[in-house]
Design a protein around this ligand. Structure first.
Ligand code: 5GP
Length: 193
């Protein structure tokens, strides 16, 4: 079975729409992780982006880490995890921007050390979900501060009825979403063809 079909089947059999806007996939992506599926996801992103000149994979903690790790492994590239919180041990020349969390409704300081984003590099962002695009635009902002460029975005589950995809495409990015949800409710989940 191809990775996109495996992912769609996991969403249909294990995903739960909490309401029309939020999908719970904590049994294979956000809490318990199906590593075989994540390996297939990483291989699919590598197949899509490998012809492009990319220097580094970036993601946001914590749910982007599994798919981004397998993508970086498949592409033979370094991986940088952007932090949602600072801590006493996160020191040095830090890049920061404020991002509004879609699921929590609160704001956080997206943070990365400048030394892990060398100027001039091309970055591939991998994340678990795409909703409004706020998280992705936060990463674009940090990349710009570092003198890097995000050229591609790989998303495991895109909610196509929310504005993130169009915003990123309008910004000139190559967006590869493996599963595109058209609508969801208690009755079921539908995908864009
Ligand atoms: P955005 O910034 O595009 O609005 O939202 C993307 C981020 O919010 C993702 O990194 C993900 O962590 C979280 N998110 C957005 N929508 C959902 C959802 O339906 N389910 C889950 N589990 N997380 C979501």
């Amino acid at each position: 079975m191809n990775p996109m079909q495996m992912l769609k089947e996991a969403i249909l059999s294990k995903g739960k729409a909490i309401n029309q806007d939020v999908l719970l996939v904590d049994s294979f992506l956000n809490h318990q992780v199906d590593v075989s599926l994540m390996k297939a996801v990483g291989d699919a992103f590598a197949a899509h982006f490998s012809g492009q000149s990319i220097d580094r994979v970036v993601t946001i903690e914590s749910s982007g880490i599994a798919p981004a790790s397998f993508t970086a492994l498949a592409m033979g590239l370094p991986l940088v995890i952007m932090k949602k919180q600072t801590s006493k041990i996160l020191k040095g020349d830090l890049l920061q921007t404020t991002v509004r969390s879609f699921t929590k409704g609160t704001e956080y300081e997206l943070t990365a050390k400048r030394e892990f984003l060398p100027a001039g590099e091309k970055l591939l962002l991998i994340d678990d979900f795409l909703a409004s695009g706020e998280a992705a635009f936060g990463v674009l902002n940090l990349a710009q501060q570092a003198g890097c460029e995000v050229t591609g975005v790989g998303i495991v589950i895109e909610k196509a009825f929310q504005p993130g995809h169009d915003r990123l495409v309008r910004a000139g990015l190559d967006v590869c979403s493996l599963a595109r949800v058209k609508s969801m409710s208690e009755k079921g989940i539908e995908f864009v063809d």
